[in-house]
Ligand binder design. Structure first.
Ligand code: G3I
Length: 399
């Protein structure tokens, strides 16, 4: 309610810093009423008053000229409410192990709000297999124990990717037989280690280019395009019970990529290559049309496989502005986009709803600002560990 009042209070080209003090807010409400009445009775005087207020507010701006940030009041949700209890499918977050270990506020949110977790980095090739004959299990095993203690599903990410390879792999000089052995050893050692502990694996991540052609990764160069099918077979041999996913981004903006993925899945089925799920990363921009999001989800569901929205975040700073305060308007646009994602996802068969996972937990931990070199606020919790309007958007979408 407060936020709505404040949105209406904005004057053209001007935002007021919202203090937490109620008295300031009430003063503004009075001023707002006064302005509305002047606007009706004397438009000229109204413009004059607006100009005066804008001039005064500029005086209060920080010395560097950046507009003051609009602090969005935290959403009030009952203290005992959990996000995962309010949605009809598993609700997950990717987590950074060091934060789960060392930041009580962060792990508190993960424990309370989510019932599925993915390691953001700890189960990638470079995280688990730093040297040819060395596997590093400590961090990922910590997450396994955390998941078991707190009754969370653990999603494995990722057995094969063209990124996050340790230098011993990028420098590997063996022939194709040696490369094949190295790939198989990695996949089967990792899958066997986590057998019975992870529900599913992203087996191969980002195999396709946006135009639907196969990415010319080191794996394809060394092993040929069909190595992807063998990845799924190796994983299945090591743990016949674990679900196997193909994970990628761009389903929402590239029909060519979407088609390439669904064709690959169809061909896997024909050939008897084991595959159980499709991961739509959904690193979305707030401007992404709802229709594209719905089409991507529908196309994934049409494969008949499990559908995982596997890395959801919704960024706002399309122009990569270096100064980018989070406003109430942005908060509600972002919430509406989250709501649409959930609504569209909920419309597919319940049996295919593997779940939705956000890519990390709070705006302070997201990969987006680093990646785009500019600030952003892509997640449902803010940097102060408070629920954002986006959180409420998810809940609305699930209704
Ligand atoms: O581990 C080192 C740490 O020791 C060092 O202090 C720090 C200094 O920069 O770097 C740390 O490693 C970084 C790691 O994130 C942990 O912060 C890597 O350099 C960095 O490359 C890595 O980025 C990750 C990226 O994948 C590459 O693996 C992001 O956190 C992670 O969010 C991102 O996730 C990917 C998904 O796996 C696949 N889909 C796209 C998504 C976004 O790129």
């Amino acid at each position: 309610m407060i936020a709505t009042g404040l949105i209406k209070f904005y004057l053209p080209g001007n935002t007021f810093q919202v203090g937490s003090k109620k008295s300031r807010f009430l003063d503004r409400m009075l001023l707002k009423r006064m302005l509305m009445s002047v606007m009706k009775n004397s438009p000229g005087l109204y413009i004059l008053l607006c100009l005066l207020i804008m001039a005064c507010s500029k005086k209060n701006s920080p010395a560097n000229g950046t507009p003051p940030a609009v602090i969005v009041p935290p959403i009030v949700v009952a203290a005992d409410t959990s996000l995962y209890k309010m949605v009809p499918f598993p609700m997950g977050a990717a987590v950074a192990i060091n934060l789960v270990k060392n930041n009580a506020k962060y792990s508190g949110i993960v424990t309370k709000e989510f019932n599925s977790i993915t390691a953001e980095n700890a189960m990638k090739f470079s995280g688990l297999h730093p040297a040819e004959n060395t596997f590093f299990w400590t961090d990922a095993d910590y997450l396994v124990a955390y998941a078991q203690t707190n009754n969370k599903r653990l999603h494995g990410h990722t057995l094969n990717w063209y990124q996050s390879m340790p230098t011993w792999v990028t420098n590997f000089s063996g022939d194709s037989t040696a490369w094949e052995k190295m790939l198989k050893t990695h996949i089967q050692t990792v899958v066997a280690h986590f057998k019975g502990k992870v529900a599913a694996w992203d087996v191969v991540n980002e195999y396709f280019n946006d135009n639907g052609t196969v990415r010319n990764s080191l794996w394809v160069q060394k092993l040929g395009e069909d190595y992807i099918a063998r990845c799924f077979q190796y994983a299945n041999q090591a743990d016949p019970d674990v679900l196997l996913f193909y994970n990628d981004y761009g389903h929402e903006y590239s029909t060519a990529k979407r088609t390439a993925i669904t064709n690959m899945i169809a061909s896997f089925k024909t050939r008897g290559i084991p595959i159980h799920g499709i991961g739509l990363q959904f690193h979305l921009s707030v401007g992404q049309p709802d229709a594209n999001i719905s089409a991507a989800i529908a196309s994934a569901a049409a494969t008949g496989l499990q559908v995982h929205i596997s890395e959801l975040d919704i960024r706002l700073n399309a122009n990569k502005a270096q100064t980018f305060p989070f406003t109430t308007t942005m908060a509600s646009q972002q919430a509406a986009k989250y709501e649409h994602v959930v609504k569209a996802y909920k419309s597919i068969l319940a049996a295919q709803q593997y779940g939705i996972t956000t890519w990390n937990v709070t705006d302070a931990d997201s990969w987006i600002p680093n990646w785009q070199g500019a600030p952003d606020y892509p997640l449902p919790f803010d940097a102060n560990y408070q629920r954002k309007e986006a959180y409420r958007g998810i809940v609305r979408g699930a209704k």
